[in-house]
Design a protein around this ligand. Structure first.
Ligand code: NAP
Length: 270
């Protein structure tokens, strides 16, 4: 799968449609969305408008917990995205009857409706339960990861399954303190790149798949221009010193459990 793509969290339908079209026309091959983002229909339109053929695009989405027991959830997702298959479908949260959601993914995988199975935001006991009970192990996990939080425990747990990490908030959701860490400014000068490009290159060399969000056409272009330089082992070690083992979003069990009852209303999705 592609190692870099576009994330569409918090994008309005109009922004998502334009960003997806611009990204694909600029050479992106991976687009990530979710039922909860309420922009799957717009993502589908952006794909069509780009003129890029579907088989050149790696498309991922996520099932929200209130859909885990809805047997039409996968077909409805495909319909909103106006596509016959997904390259990757995640269950979005370790909430409610998440194994029912996972069984839907396994069924869809066997039927060829999805080409890979993913989980998102799993860790600890929930991750272990899922790994113990899964008939098909997850191929990708999407979790918060960036130079301040490198997901060492989850990486270690999943190493034996070959599960790839897809990093959300790869730029700390645009946090200027992270982006402007002196180590990134120094390396940006050395390689004639931007601080963001250095961070994205670091993700790639960590083995992470990365999906920075952007609606800015210039950012979209520069974010994928990271294949013409390589950070040295010493530079990767220098960057590891900014790790604070701190994340921007600390999961709260009560809130995560409540997601199972948070119904999505697709009737107004544009
Ligand atoms: N599974 C989950 O629970 C979960 C949770 C959160 C996010 N995600 C996924 O992860 C993706 C990425 O997260 P995110 O979009 O919230 O955060 P992010 O990628 O860490 O940061 C996005 C922010 O960085 C800015 N940015 C992007 N490129 C830039 C550049 N070259 N220079 C300066 N600023 C730049 C963007 O502003 P501009 O628009 O101005 O460029 C935007 O404000 C999401 O879109 C979504 O697909 C998943």
């Amino acid at each position: 799968m592609p190692t870099i793509g576009l994330g569409t969290f918090q994008m309005s339908s109009e922004d998502a449609e334009n960003a997806v079209k611009n990204a694909l026309q600029s050479g992106y091959q991976l687009i990530d969305t979710a039922s909860a983002y309420m922009n799957e229909k717009a993502v589908g339109r952006g794909i069509k408008e780009s003129g890029i053929s579907r088989d050149q695009i790696f498309l991922s989405s996520k099932l929200w917990p209130s859909l885990y027991n809805d047997e039409n959830a996968v077909d409805d997702t495909l319909a909103r995205l106006d596509t016959d298959y997904l390259d990757l479908l995640f269950i979005h949260q370790p909430s409610g009857d998440f194994m029912a959601g996972y069984r839907q993914l396994e069924k869809a995988y066997r039927e060829g409706k999805i080409k890979a199975i993913g989980i998102s935001n799993f860790e600890g006991e929930d991750l272990q339960k899922l790994l113990d009970e899964a008939e098909i192990k997850p191929q990708v996990i999407q979790v918060e990861a960036h130079p301040y939080y490198t997901q060492d425990v989850v990486r270690k747990t999943l190493e034996q399954y070959g599960t790839r990490i897809m990093a959300w908030y790869p730029l700390g959701h645009g946090d200027s303190s992270l982006i402007n860490e002196p180590v990134f400014s120094e390396l940006a000068k050395k390689y004639n790149k931007s601080n963001v490009q250095i961070i994205l290159r670091w993700h790639m060399q960590m083995g992470f798949i990365v999906i920075p969000g952007s609606t800015n056409p210039e950012h979209l272009k520069s974010n994928i221009d990271i294949f013409d330089f390589e950070l040295t082992d010493e530079e990767m070690s220098e960057i590891s010193k900014v790790n604070k083992n701190v994340r921007y979003y600390v999961p709260n069990k009560q809130q995560t459990d409540a997601y199972a009852n948070a119904q999505l209303d697709f009737s107004n999705e544009k």
